[in-house]
Design a protein around this ligand. Structure first.
Ligand code: SF4
Length: 187
């Protein structure tokens, strides 16, 4: 529901949907038109169709339990690398790194790649994976912190660097400081 949609909008649909389909089995058994009706008004109806097909696949192939392995997750309808990593870390507390726009921005700035090309993005992902804690629970906290940092401090337009907990390690801050010093007129 949250794909391309704000939390405030999803809130009015989430609880009624869960009341109507309280389990994966209940959703898998539902008629496609009923699922579409429960989604009515939320838009992007392909998501409802995917979720319905996902529930059916989970019941059929995984005994009604959403798999923990990211590769198995990505074989389910509508699940890409980001969703698979998010479910792995937030639902199952296992080691994975979901990179959304906010997280990508924090990593790019912290590692000094303001506008990474595709090779740069792959390098960023490798660096970020090396930072991930080994234990699943710690990974959960790390990912949540990274998302919160991107949403509240390292924001797109005006990052709030003076209040940022990683400012001492951040290349963006260092580069900005160097630029300021080199622009200063010599006495
Ligand atoms: S110090 Fe500034 S640019 Fe670096 S991660 Fe924090 S908010 Fe973002």
């Amino acid at each position: 529901m949250l794909q391309q949609t704000q939390v405030s909008r999803v809130l009015q649909y989430y609880d009624p949907f869960l009341r109507r389909y309280p389990s994966i089995e209940a959703l898998a058994r539902a008629r496609p038109t009923a699922v579409r009706e429960a989604w009515d008004g939320l838009g992007y109806y392909q998501r409802a169709q995917n979720l319905h097909r996902l529930a059916q696949a989970v019941v059929k192939r995984h005994d009604g339990r959403v798999p923990q392995d990211p590769k198995a997750l990505m074989e389910l309808p509508g699940v890409g690398p980001y969703t698979a990593a998010a479910v792995t870390t937030f639902a199952y507390e296992r080691r994975a790194l979901p990179v959304d726009t906010n997280v990508a921005r924090v990593l790019a700035r912290a590692f000094g790649m303001a506008k990474p090309d595709s090779a740069g993005r792959r390098r960023l992902a490798r660096l970020a994976r090396r930072l991930l804690p080994r234990a699943g629970k710690a990974t959960w906290a790390f990912n949540q912190a990274l998302m919160d940092l991107g949403a509240t401090v390292c924001v797109a337009r005006k990052p709030r660097c003076p209040e940022c907990p990683v400012r001492g390690e951040c290349r963006f801050v260092r580069q900005r400081l160097l630029r300021t010093v080199s622009l200063r007129p010599t006495p």
